[in-house]
Design a protein around this ligand. Structure first.
Ligand code: ZN
Length: 151
């Protein structure tokens, strides 16, 4: 399972009661995205929640794909967001706190930790493949990104 399948809506029960309908817990579940972004539903949410939902839409769902929000870009952008927080030196607990403040989302720190470990392993694989291919530029970029993640 991808890390984006393990990102949850923090005040899920409260939102469900404001919408008077059940929504899935997973933030990137298609049904959640569809429900939250129907204008009529958005208007039912309290102001703070609306702000966070709109921030989320602006930051992760701003592509023009016809399939939006089901085109895969929101998930990709969210993964970049997680890696950026890590590059700023944040650990899994702090990353979970920040996503809570920014978007009212949560994840288990253990899941964030395995995601970060997997990312480092992927970069190591990219680096050794690039070395084998003699692709110095790619090897250098993978190495730099990796160093930013593990420091
Ligand atoms: Zn897209």
């Amino acid at each position: 399972m991808a890390i984006t399948d393990k990102i949850y809506v923090k005040n899920h029960r409260q939102i469900a009661s404001q919408l008077e309908t059940n929504i899935p817990k997973g933030a990137f579940s298609g049904a959640t995205l569809d429900l939250l972004f129907q204008g009529e539903n958005l208007a039912k949410l309290d102001e703070t929640t609306q702000d966070r939902v709109l921030d989320f839409a602006e930051d992760f769902m701003d592509c023009d794909c016809q399939a939006n929000p089901h085109c895969g870009h929101p998930e990709e952008k969210f993964i970049e967001y997680l890696l950026e927080l890590r590059e700023q030196g944040l650990g899994p607990d702090a990353i979970v706190d920040v996503m809570g403040d920014d978007y009212m989302l949560y994840a288990y720190p253990g899941d964030v930790l395995s995601f970060l470990d997997d990312s480092v392993r992927t970069l190591e694989a990219v680096e050794s493949l690039a070395d084998v291919d003699g692709n110095e530029e790619m090897a250098r970029r993978a190495r730099n990104t990796k160093q930013n993640l593990v420091r």
